[in-house]
Ligand binder design. Structure first.
Ligand code: NAD
Length: 460
């Protein structure tokens, strides 16, 4: 195992820094430290916990620009997306600073009248948080903020491609007043043995994971051994549905957001575009013009509107998926090629003439590629929209509110964007069904994920 992890800039392919590569023993020490700090953090007044989170929000907003640069440097997204991510990430600190003082309970007489039912909530314990590279700030704060609000101490294990943002966030929390041991970060490559050892330490009571369905499934099996409480935010494969009565300009605007936020590297990214035949030409022309107008480049360059993918491997994956779809009859309307500058770039690409059964629709592409499928039969389109293993989010565009709500009810996803290409909101329950995960983050549900219910049956 290497002693250091080299952090690469995806725009140049060159190193921007090194971080210590945590050994299994280092990770277990971090768990011990978090376990030692738990009793006192749990006993800290909710208001005091809230004030620390509020302070972290303020520091993060004050330091938005430097954090955004760090995100762009290690992850590649354009600077405007990185700034938006920092603002979004900071909002989790603010939202959960408000939730920390709203941990409620219940007090009732038993239906039999024989006793009282007293229900309270307690922090679940030390939480292991594992996050992906695509939103290195927001995926960390979406877990740390509710955990700390609930009274849990944490060990964060960020993706090793993007550790600098995670370390910067831990530093912000320490400056905001988080006591020693409450927030710990370990960066480990390879991650597998480190995570498995921490889960098997007997001290982790909660696993909150965001990442691929494959790794999520693996970790659920490992967590089963010690019956660890799990929240899983996994992959998506979002359908984007444009009905014949949709406002097409609004749909194109929504499509740009749903597809291109984060350069297409979002679990919420629209992956399968189902466009009604009667509006196919208008939607395709307008959307393709917008996609073709994007400028691929280094995310730090102000003229860039599309940054590179995170790694060479991801670039090769997207390249292979597009060529395979083309070999099966898809037509490239714009883009369709990898770049050398930026090093790991891929052009904004629109594919049309994609068969509803094409392989490119089966799994998330995680890049700037939109596959358009036309439909004329609503019922058949809905069957196709639901006929995948994932169920994170879907998008629906129609001017008919009743039709939109009926469709939202039928879609097998945890979230629906209705005439909107963006659903993420710290105040809302974010999460998926089917292979997209278990549990919700954000909103009040996000807090409950780090709390256990304690019930006392009493007579007095
Ligand atoms: P990933 O599953 O490869 O990695 C996620 C995390 O798991 C990282 O911290 C990684 O180091 C760790 N990991 C990887 N292999 C591991 C192993 N064998 N044992 C233990 N830990 C391991 O995912 P990624 O490539 O970093 O991120 C992209 C994926 O994340 C996509 O599938 C995307 O849809 C998903 N995602 C989901 C959400 C959501 O909220 N549902 C949000 C963002 C990303």
């Amino acid at each position: 195992m290497a002693q250091y992890i080299d952090v690469l800039n995806p725009a140049t392919g060159s190193s921007i820094g090194k971080v210590d590569n945590a050994s299994v023993a280092d990770c277990l020490r971090a768990v011990d430290v978090a376990a030692d700090a738990f009793a006192s953090w749990k006993a800290t007044a909710p208001r005091a916990r809230a004030e620390i989170l509020r302070k972290a929000f303020e520091i993060m907003i004050a330091e938005q620009e430097s954090l955004a640069r760090t995100i762009t440097l290690e992850m590649g997204k354009v600077l405007s997306d990185a700034r938006a991510e920092v603002a979004y990430a900071a909002e989790f600190f603010r939202w959960f600073s408000e939730e920390a003082v709203r941990i409620d309970g219940d007090y009732r007489r038993a239906p039999s009248g024989a006793n009282w039912l007293l229900v309270s909530r307690q922090p679940v314990g030390v939480a292991l948080l594992a996050t992906p590279w695509n939103f290195p700030a927001a995926m960390a704060t979406r877990k740390i903020a509710p955990a700390l609000a609930a009274g849990c101490t944490v060990v964060l294990k960020p993706a090793h491609d993007t550790p600098l943002t995670a370390l910067a966030i831990a530093d912000i929390l320490h400056r905001a007043g988080a006591p020693e041991g409450v927030v710990n970060v370990v960066v480990a490559d390879p991650p597998g043995p480190a995570v498995e050892a921490m889960l098997d330490s007997g001290k982790i009571r909660k696993l909150s994971f965001t990442g691929s369905t494959r790794v999520g499934s693996l970790l659920l099996a490992q967590a089963a051994k010690r019956i660890i409480n799990c929240s899983m935010e996994l992959g998506g494969n979002a359908p984007f549905i444009v009905f014949d009565d949709a406002d097409i300009d609004l749909a194109v605007e929504g499509a740009m957001l749903a597809k291109m936020r984060n350069g297409g590297a979002a679990c919420t990214a629209a992956n399968r575009f189902y466009i009604h035949n009667s509006v196919l030409t208008e939607f395709t022309d307008k959307f393709t013009a917008r996609m073709a107008a994007l400028t691929l480049g280094d995310g730090l360059d102000p003229s860039t509107t599309l940054g590179p993918l995170v790694s060479r491997a991801q670039q090769e994956r997207v390249t292979a998926a597009v060529s395979a779809a083309v070999s099966r009859g898809a037509k490239v309307l714009c883009g369709g090629a990898a770049s050398t500058t930026p090093a790991f770039g891929y052009e904004a690409t629109v594919l049309t003439n994609v068969s509803p059964t094409d392989e490119i629709l089966q799994d998330e592409i995680f890049g700037p590629v939109a596959s358009l499928v036309s439909f004329s039969d609503d019922a058949e389109m809905m069957r196709q929209a639901n006929d995948v293993e994932h169920g994170l989010v879907s998008y629906v565009f129609t001017r008919d509110a009743a039709r939109g709500m009926r469709t939202a009810e039928l879609l097998e996803t945890g979230m629906v964007g209705f005439n909107r290409g963006l659903v993420s909101d710290p105040a809302a329950p974010f999460g998926g069904v089917k292979a997209s995960g278990i549990g919700r983050e954000g909103g009040h549900d996000g807090l409950l994920a780090f709390l256990e219910t304690k019930y006392v049956a009493g007579n007095w």
